[in-house]
Design a binder for this molecule. Structure first.
Ligand SMILES: Nc1ncnc2c1ncn2[C@@H]1O[C@H](COP(=O)(O)OP(=O)(O)OP(=O)(O)O)[C@@H](O)[C@H]1O
Ligand SMILES: [Mg+2]
Length: 261
């Protein structure tokens, strides 16, 4: 469904941030893209959705193909119309608008009838949004705003959903709810590319994962393989080889993260 091959991206014509990234999202699967701050995860998503331009970024090498079509040759709106939707980093809800207005903002690419059907589907899946449909989105909790952002992305009935760190800043219980939601979307047949720093959450919902460091994929495999991998356990799950949390290693990982960011 989505094939990113050997992708290189440069910002401001000089800063090379993706140095040959390859990843695939097969139809109906959830694939995780993990990695520390500044690794290039968001940049990868921007390249997929055609949003590099507005950040003065450019693909200098490689391909992004969605359903066999090169996305670099398409405009962002036709990419969305073509079945791809993205939930951006940070909760991008329109805080001044009502929940319903936010949802409708995600339906600009579809007909009025489809938008009405989309609202119905959203309210069925997200009871809390149905209850708050007339309320200003800014009054929702962090977790509810993330649900709204995801519900809005679903309004265009995408076949592939890109999620950029949906667990960021959420309490562990709410992260669990987001994970449940991702699983249920996958059960409905949606293909998902999940960008996360929360490796434990991502590996609990994804079938495969890639780890990006410094613009390169340094590990790739099934979620089980990665969850069992010594390095991944050490650096991304904060676990020692014996399965116990090893605080020395976490400290090392934190230092490493600071250094990378
Ligand atoms: N518009 C931009 N202009 C120049 N450099 C940028 C721009 N956007 C991102 N970068 C740089 O590109 C690198 C990758 O950034 P990116 O946002 O893709 O990382 P990320 O993996 O999403 O990190 P995070 O986990 O912090 O969101 C970083 O070094 C960042 O500083
Ligand atoms: Mg990012």
């Amino acid at each position: 469904m989505l094939k990113v091959s050997n992708l290189e991206v440069v910002y401001h014509q000089v800063v090379l941030v993706l140095k040959g990234v390859t990843l695939h999202v097969p139809r109906g699967e959830t694939v995780a893209l993990l990695g520390p701050n500044g690794a290039g995860k968001t940049t990868t998503l921007r390249a997929i959705t055609g949003l590099l331009d507005i950040h003065d970024g450019r693909i200098t090498k490689g391909h992004v193909r969605f359903d066999g079509r090169e996305v670099a040759e398409q405009k962002a709106d036709s990419i969305v119309g073509g079945g791809l939707a993205q939930v951006m980093e940070g909760r991008r809800v329109l805080v001044e608008l009502s929940v319903e207005e936010n949802l409708l903002a995600g339906a600009w690419a579809v007909s009025r009838r489809e938008a009405a059907e989309g609202l119905e589907r959203a309210y069925e899946r997200f009871g809390i949004l149905a209850d708050r449909r007339r309320q200003q989105a800014g009054y929702l909790s962090g977790g509810e705003q993330q649900m709204l952002a995801i519900a809005r992305a679903l309004m265009s009935r995408p076949r592939l959903l890109l999620l950029d760190e949906p667990s960021l800043g959420l309490a562990p219980r709410i992260v669990g709810e987001v994970a449940d939601l991702i699983r249920s979307l996958a059960d409905d047949g949606l293909s998902i590319l999940l960008v996360e720093q929360n490796a434990a959450m991502a590996l609990s919902v994804a079938s495969r994962a890639s780890i990006l460091e410094n613009g390169r994929v340094v590990h790739e495999g099934t979620a089980e393989e990665l969850a069992d991998d010594e390095d991944v356990r050490e650096f991304y799950l904060g676990l020692g080889g014996d399965g116990q949390t090893d605080y020395r290693r976490i400290k090392h990982y934190r230092r490493r993260r600071r250094w990378l960011s």
